[in-house]
Design a protein around this ligand. Structure first.
Ligand code: FES
Length: 198
């Protein structure tokens, strides 16, 4: 993908994010307690933010939710997973996500607001299949020195535990990170930027 293409996509992404913030800001002003705020099925269908409770999400577990017709994964990573991220940088196409789509406030290898929790659009950036989480570390049929990650059996794309794409596979970019924020320690809001983030 050309640099121009990426910038255009990023711009589109940021415009969409800004609209979501506006809509939610109004909702929060009207309803003071976010735990009691439940968008209607119709609102969810057109893209309202989605609230995810992560209180019971154990290490290595992946929770999937639907947002704007996309499957969004919330993966709880262990300290070992996070320590392994730099180990695979040399095998990746875009280790620092310079050509991949993610909010400006997501930086570095973990690609997350809180390193423990990866929030990621699960659709493969090749043709949109949903890859399988393969968290086991060790030799796999598709990668001898596997440190855990996502494997897309459709056309054999591989991503690490931060959704970063390996070199030499069909997927052109890392898995996309959607806008999100934490309402409290146990609640992620997908579709709303953190306070103060553009
Ligand atoms: S859709 Fe994932 S590799 Fe083709």
């Amino acid at each position: 993908m050309s640099a121009d293409g990426v910038n255009k996509e990023r711009r589109r992404f940021l415009v969409a994010t800004t609209s979501a913030v506006g809509a939610v800001g109004a909702g929060l002003a009207a309803v003071p307690f976010i735990s009691s705020w439940k968008p209607s099925a119709k609102a969810q269908a057109v893209g309202a933010p989605v609230q995810v409770n992560i209180a019971k999400l154990g290490e290595g577990q992946l929770l999937k939710v639907q947002w704007r017709g996309q499957t969004i994964g919330v993966l709880r990573r262990s300290k070992a997973n996070l320590d392994d991220l730099p180990q695979v940088d040399a095998k990746l196409r875009d280790p620092m996500s310079e050509d991949s789509i993610q909010p400006e406030y997501i930086t570095g290898e973990p690609r997350a607001l809180r390193p423990e929790f990866l929030v990621v659009n699960m659709h493969c950036t090749h043709l949109g299949c949903v890859p399988t989480l393969v968290p086991q570390v060790g030799p796999q049929p598709f990668e001898a020195d596997w440190k855990g990650g996502f494997y897309c059996p459709c056309h054999k794309s591989k991503f690490d535990m931060a959704g970063r794409v390996y070199q030499g596979v069909p997927a052109p970019t890392n898995l996309t990170i959607p806008p999100y924020s934490f309402a409290d320690d146990n609640t992620i809001i997908i579709g709303v930027n953190p306070e103060g983030a553009a």
